[in-house]
Every structure is written in C-alpha cells, then in structure tokens.
Design a protein around this ligand. Structure first.
Ligand code: ZN
Ligand code: ZN
Length: 364
C-alpha cells in the first residue's frame, strides 16, 4: 500500500527503525481500520494491525492486505512486544497523541535493556503525510462538502425570527443523517443576534431575533471525511453599517481564496484576508482588530489538521491540500460575521469545494 510505503520512508528520514501508530485517524489512514482501539506497528516493510476481540471481523474486512493480530492485551502493548521481537532498536511514536500512562505501559512491555532508549518522539509524521490528499480522499471530500452545501439550503428554509437556534441545528443535523452522513464533524454552531459576536457560539435555546445576524458553522463526516463551512445571514433588515462590514469580510475571504496556490505560504494566504480588514475602519479602529483568530486550517479525516493557515506561517501550500478560508469579524456585544469555504489546492490555484453555497448578502 502506497500510504504505508510513504510512512516507512518518512520513518527512515526521521531515523527510526520502526513506527508505532496509535492515533485513530492515523491508523485509519494507513490501514483502513475504523475501530476505536487499534495500533499499527511497522518494522521496515512489515506491518501488523493489533486490536481486540470486539473487532475481529471488522478489522479483517477493513484492513485489507494487512496482517491483523487480535490480542487480549492492550493493542499498544501487543504491538510494542512485536516490534521488539522484530529486532527494532528505536521506534517512532507520536508523543502529542500518547498519554504518559500509555507510554509507561508501552515501555513496560519491553525487555529492561532496551526500555529507556526504545521510543523516540516522531510527532506529526503521519499527520504531515495526511496533509496532501490522494484522488480517493479528494473525491470523498468533494462529496462531504456537497452535503454540507445542501444543509445550508435546509437552514435557509428554517431560519425566521423566534425560531430557537437549537431548532435550526436540529433540522440541519437531521438532514445530514438523511443525506448519509456518519455524523457531524463538530458541534453545530448557530449564533444569532449578539451571540454572533462569539466565534464559537454553539446552538442554544435562544430564539432568532427580529433583526440580527445568524452565523451557521457546520460540517458532516461522510465516508470518514469531514466538511466545514460557515455562512452568515441577516434576519430582518440590517443597518448600512452591518451590510458594509459583511461585504468587507466577504472581500477579505475572497482575497484569501484567490491567494491559494501551490508555492504560496500559509502566512501569505492569511495576510491576504487580514490586509483587507486592516485597510478598513470600524469607528476609530482598524477592522482587523476584530478578526481574532487565524484564517483557516487543514481538513480531512479530522476537522482540524495541518496545515495551519495563520499569520507568519511559512509552510508552503502543495497540490492536494484541503484548507479552510474563514476570516471573521466580531464586534463585542454587537454582532459577528464569518464566511468559510473549503478550498482544494490544485496545480493551478484553488478549487472551492463549497462553491455551491452562495456568499452573497442574504436577508431573511
Ligand atoms: Zn467551520
Ligand atoms: Zn473551520
């Protein structure tokens, strides 16, 4: 399998003889196994998936072309013992995804003479491979994004003054299930009126106001892959200032989407959005003072993964990466606006996966 060969090459570059992969999305990426308890051990070209008796049938069906070992021991312990038996002297693991307790347990499975030197932190090794999506992943992400866009249409039919935010979220999530989603990729955000000034306002029992913004940030998991998009609509008639700020956020978002291309750094893409807001005023301040988070993030098997699209990030975009572009402006105690698309980096530039949902001003 190509992904495992690339993991093996990355291990070689990191100077580790073996790899112990335990973070579930990494295990899935390299083996196909979707269970919650799995450890993938790699020693050169040999690889074994360790799991427990609950997953006997599932693991064999999903992890095609891979040896599967069912063990009553914790999967990480069984995997560590196997790695030592293969003559591995130093083994990479992801310390950012491993608890101290798990590392202690893994070490205790080793003979005393190699216990101290065996494990080497090789953080983000698989996460970095996952940043560039292959054709199958891109197809899945396109489908997930398409379902996401169809949910926005559902929300537009539900949104009206007096409707609880919760009800908007519920209708959206019901539609997601009906469209075949495995679930939502994160807790649906429906933030209306003053609450729209909270960048992460989860849906509450609050009712949509007669006049005010409503920010919807949501995504599905479809065939394992996440979607992520945000649209902000206005309920009732907006003030000219609210309209102006919306269009400035939209200008910033469009500028950052246009900056997406292979060779551009994540910092340059962030600056494309931030610069538009910096040059705009809100009262006596520059509008970027109210843009309090980074421009975007990678998406894939996880809702937040690399690369980080943030200020001064030097990482370079490559074809196959999928990132979000989501500038926002949050005026405390007043209102907030965010617009988010998912963009695939192509050899020529960026392809917006969530283009089916319009970003033009909507007053409901
Ligand atoms: Zn989002
Ligand atoms: Zn996002």
């Amino acid at each position: 399998m190509l992904r495992r060969r690339r993991a093996q090459a990355a291990a070689g570059q990191a100077n580790v003889g073996g790899l112990l992969v335990t973070h579930a999305p990494d295990v899935r990426y390299l083996s196909g196994f979707t269970g919650s308890n799995g450890a993938l051990a790699m020693a050169g070209a040999r690889a074994v998936l360790f799991t427990d008796g609950r997953y006997t049938t599932q693991a064999k069906a999903e992890a095609k072309g891979l040896r599967v070992t069912i063990s009553p021991k914790p999967a990480t312990v069984a995997a560590t013992e196997w790695l030592a038996e293969q003559g591995i002297k130093n083994c990479g693991f992801d310390s950012a995804q491993t608890t101290v307790a798990a590392l202690t347990r893994m070490r205790s499975a080793l003979p005393g003479n190699i216990r101290r030197s065996f494990f080497t932190a090789a953080d983000g090794l698989i996460a970095r491979l996952r940043e560039v999506k292959d054709a199958d992943e891109i197809a899945r992400m396109r489908r997930a994004a398409k379902v996401g866009c169809s949910l926005f249409e559902v929300a537009l039919r539900v949104i009206a003054p007096g409707i609880p935010e919760m009800e908007v979220a519920a209708q959206l999530e019901l539609a997601a299930r009906r469209a075949g989603a495995d679930g939502m990729s994160f807790e649906t955000i429906v933030a209306s009126g003053k609450r729209s000034s909270l960048p992460h306002g989860r849906a509450t029992a609050a009712k949509l106001p007669r006049q005010g913004f409503c920010t919807l940030d949501f995504g599905v998991v479809l065939a394992g892959y996440c979607s992520d998009m945000t649209r902000t609509v206005h309920v009732g008639k907006a003030t000219p200032q609210q309209r102006d700020v919306y269009h400035l956020v939209l200008d910033a978002q469009v500028a950052a989407v246009a900056a997406v291309k292979p060779g551009a750094t994540c910092g340059e893409v962030d600056e494309a959005a931030r610069g538009v807001l910096r040059r705009a005023r809100f009262g006596r301040k520059s509008l970027d003072k109210f843009f309090t988070h980074s421009t975007g993030h990678g998406v894939g098997l996880e809702i937040h993964e690399g690369p980080r699209v943030a200020s001064k990030q030097t990482q370079v975009l490559e074809p196959g990466m999928v990132i979000t572009i989501e500038p926002g402006v949050y005026i405390p105690e007043a209102f907030g606006i965010r617009i988010e698309d998912e963009v695939l980096v192509t050899p020529r530039g960026g392809d917006v996966l969530t283009a089916a949902s319009s970003k033009t001003w909507i007053e409901l």
